[in-house]
Design a protein around this ligand. Structure first.
Ligand SMILES: C[S@@+](CC[C@H](N)C(=O)[O-])C[C@H]1O[C@@H](n2cnc3c(N)ncnc32)[C@H](O)[C@@H]1O
Length: 209
């Protein structure tokens, strides 16, 4: 059992024991709208390889699959992994695996990492480890996208607004998008190049500015 998580692993096991889709990610309009805004905010049209830890039942995974050549989606709960794999069975370029971050982390590098409704479960040390591993496995110029519920919840250590400045303070990440919705905060970043510069934002990349 991992110890580097403020919310105990048993919390998630219990959630999935009680429901196949504990957060009703496949049904709620709130989620559909947030997922649509999430993929709309991705600065690049296409990605080579995405990493989505905490994928739950794989609804966002399926949308990411439309924009990525390969997607590695993971969750710490086996029932979630099975549900995400079933939902994406027809997507040969989507791989779903059990993985409990940050103690377990894939070896590969990625040009897209998605941390959606996940970071508020980690205490300071674990959050630092997650962000550090994220930066290490994000290719220069690659995208990090984050989205987090902004209302106080007993099981969440931080709201989206409280996470936002912590993400913005990571020196290797250059900000691209920040969306302060009433219900959630969504941010995108690109990993800075080795000389500290940032890759062009979408308008500049197409020569508009
Ligand atoms: C609220 S759901 C978010 C699902 C999805 N990312 C989204 O945005 O809708 C959180 C998911 O993260 C998983 N999770 C929590 N802690 C995790 C960890 N340390 N490693 C991997 N998955 C984790 C839970 O099992 C759960 O499926």
């Amino acid at each position: 059992m991992s110890t580097s998580q403020a919310t105990p692993p048993s919390y998630f096991d219990t959630m999935y024991a009680g429901s196949a889709d504990p957060w009703q990610l496949a049904d709620r309009w709130y989620e559909q709208r947030k997922y649509a805004l999430t993929v709309a905010a991705l600065p690049r049209r296409r990605y080579r390889r995405a990493f989505e830890p905490g994928c739950s039942v794989g609804v966002l995974t399926r949308l990411l699959a439309e924009r990525c050549d390969e997607v590695l989606a993971t969750d710490r709960v086996p029932a979630a992994v099975q549900a995400a794999a079933a939902r994406n069975r027809d997507q040969a370029h989507v791989q779903v695996r059990p993985l409990a971050i940050p103690d377990q982390w894939p070896e590969d590098t990625f040009d897209l990492i998605v941390l959606s409704e996940l970071l508020y479960y980690f205490d300071d040390a674990a959050l630092h480890a997650v962000l550090s591993r994220t930066v290490d496995s994000l290719q220069p110029g690659g995208t990090l996208i984050t989205a987090h519920w902004n209302h106080p919840v007993e099981d969440h250590l931080r709201t989206g607004s409280q996470l936002a400045p912590l993400l913005s303070a990571v020196p290797e990440l250059a900000p691209v998008t920040r969306l302060d919705d009433t219900d959630f905060v969504l941010q995108t970043f690109t990993r800075r190049l080795p000389d500290g510069s940032a890759t062009p934002a979408p308008a500049a990349a197409e020569g508009l500015v």
